[in-house]
Write a protein that binds this ligand. Structure first.
Ligand code: ZN
Length: 249
């Protein structure tokens, strides 16, 4: 544990902020952008091929977020660590904040983790990531700027053997109006199957950005889930960034 602490100076900042001065009323968040795990964790005991799977990150989501940030002139907050270390879109008190199992894969490096190790990941990754977003939202609020939060994610076409029929899902809690508007526009633009609150629903125990950064501040907040095979290539990523820019402008 002490070796982990001393290695922290070599760790990257947990958040990359793009276009902080962007003029859009939209603020983009991409929590699951990266599959990066510092060497000291030895891949959490997983073979390299597992660390490029969806369990470690949202494939394609970062590139879509970066391109969308440019299209919209919107600030964008990008997570720089794998969700297997700590999930930036779950409260740290959630039982799956640091998963011992993801889909059907055990994560040996997360077994029987002590309070000290949990706290370390919270302090070095989760807390500073959320604080950067909170500071930005505080500033906007002081300036009286209108703000909508859009989080960008991707999902696997098949989960635990079950085929998922949607091309994208738009997830919302209180932001029913904005959610429906994005679904309608995206359906019109893409002619694809865009679902409401699929393949997940927003819940306070398993979500963070939408309830905390959005609803607790009284801001509209919607989470976009894109089927990951549609944004696995640069072509698909740029196409979906254009689709979303159309739906959000
Ligand atoms: Zn995600």
């Amino acid at each position: 544990m002490s070796s982990r602490t001393s290695d922290f100076h070599a760790w990257p900042d947990p958040v990359e902020v793009l276009n902080a001065e962007g003029q859009s009323e939209i603020v983009l968040i991409c929590e699951h952008a990266s599959n990066y795990i510092p060497e000291v964790f030895d891949g959490l005991g997983l073979p390299p091929e597992d660390l490029v799977r969806h369990i470690a990150w949202d494939i394609g989501a970062e590139a879509v977020s970066r391109a969308l940030s440019l299209h919209l002139d919107a600030p964008c907050f990008i997570g720089k660590y794998s969700r297997l270390l700590i999930d930036l879109n779950r409260p740290p008190e959630s039982p799956t904040s640091i998963p011992e199992r993801s889909e059907a894969t055990d994560i040996p490096g997360n077994f029987h983790l002590g309070a000290e190790d949990r706290q370390l990941r919270t302090d070095r990754i989760f807390t500073p990531f959320q604080a950067a977003i909170s500071r930005h939202l505080d500033l906007r609020q002081q300036q009286g700027r209108p703000t909508k939060i859009i989080a960008i994610h991707s999902f696997t076409p098949v989960f635990l053997g079950e085929q998922r029929p949607w091309h994208a899902g738009i997830l919302f809690g209180k932001s029913f109006g904005l959610g429906r508007q994005i679904i309608d526009r995206l359906t019109e633009i893409t002619k694809l199957r865009i679902g409401a609150n699929v393949p997940y629903v927003i819940e306070r125990i398993s979500d963070y950005a939408i309830p905390v950064h959005g609803e607790d501040r009284g801001l509209d907040a919607v989470l976009v889930e894109i089927r990951q095979d549609l944004i696995g290539s640069a072509d698909g990523q740029s196409r979906w960034a254009t689709y979303l820019a159309g739906a959000l402008s």
